[in-house]
Design a protein around this ligand. Structure first.
Ligand code: ADP
Ligand code: MG
Length: 228
């Protein structure tokens, strides 16, 4: 029987980078689970491998060894093409530097990942408008990213990450470029997203213990392994 109380299970994840003839081990057997609908903080010092791990979880990169199982399916058993589709439909990404496209306005940025699917345009627009409302940006629909504050840009990026109704949100230092008050607003949105009727699971990378304490649980990385 498949135990579906976990959306994600990782075991024995190893990853190293090669620089010339030198091999730098980054992850040395990472193990942890993420309960469905939970908000997990991935905590660790700078250089501890948090972003590396997040990229593996988002199937952007391949682990050297170990297993990542999402919704009962192992990444290593999925074909490359399936992984691309899977990533687009099931996972939302949020970055420290927002990564909005400067030439598109807010609603166009939010719609963009939706337009790479077969969902009708009208439906995507309606969902984008609903998400803008949810993140408190309904009054900024036609603004370009450079006309927004950092906090507003991150709100737009969260809405974009949610456009395809992913079951998992991966956020890499989402409050890292924001002052603490603005950062709190972003964490409040995460709190709402994972406590609604259809909660999304969130994995949030941070080096800040205070930020991490907002989540339901903390997975701490140190020297390439999970220490708690
Ligand atoms: P964190 O996000 O916790 O700050 P990273 O995952 O970015 O840590 O990096 C972990 C280690 O891996 C660092 O020592 C970094 O220099 C190294 N590293 C990350 N990405 C690469 C890469 N593409 N090539 C070589 N080394 C890398
Ligand atoms: Mg990082």
């Amino acid at each position: 029987m498949i135990d579906d109380s976990y959306i994600l299970k990782c075991s024995g994840i190893e990853k190293s980078y090669k620089l010339g003839r030198i091999t730098i081990p980054v992850l040395k057997g990472v193990e942890f689970e993420v309960a469905r609908g939970s908000w997990t903080a991935l905590l660790g010092a700078s250089g501890s491998g948090k972003s590396t791990l997040l990229n593996l979880l988002g199937a952007f990169e391949k682990a050297d060894s170990g297993k990542i199982i999402y919704d009962g399916k192992s990444y290593s058993e999925m074909k490359r093409n399936d992984l691309v589709i899977f990533r687009r439909r099931r996972v939302g990404f949020i970055f420290q530097s927002f990564c909005l496209l400067p030439e598109l306005n807010v609603i166009e940025n939010i719609e963009l990942p939706g337009r790479m699917t077969s969902v009708p345009r009208k439906k995507i627009r309606a969902r984008a408008a609903m998400l803008l409302e949810k993140v408190g940006l309904s009054h900024r629909i036609k603004h370009r990213p450079n006309e927004l504050s950092g906090g507003e840009q991150q709100r737009a990026a969260i809405a974009r990450a949610m456009i395809n109704q992913p079951s998992l949100l991966l956020a890499d230092e989402p409050t890292g470029n924001l002052d603490s008050k603005t950062g709190e607003g972003i964490l409040e949105i995460f709190n709402e997203l994972h406590s609604g009727p259809e909660p999304v699971s969130i994995i949030m990378v941070t080096h800040d213990r205070n930020v991490a304490s907002m989540a339901d649980g903390i997975v701490e990385l140190k020297d390439g392994v999970v220490v708690r």
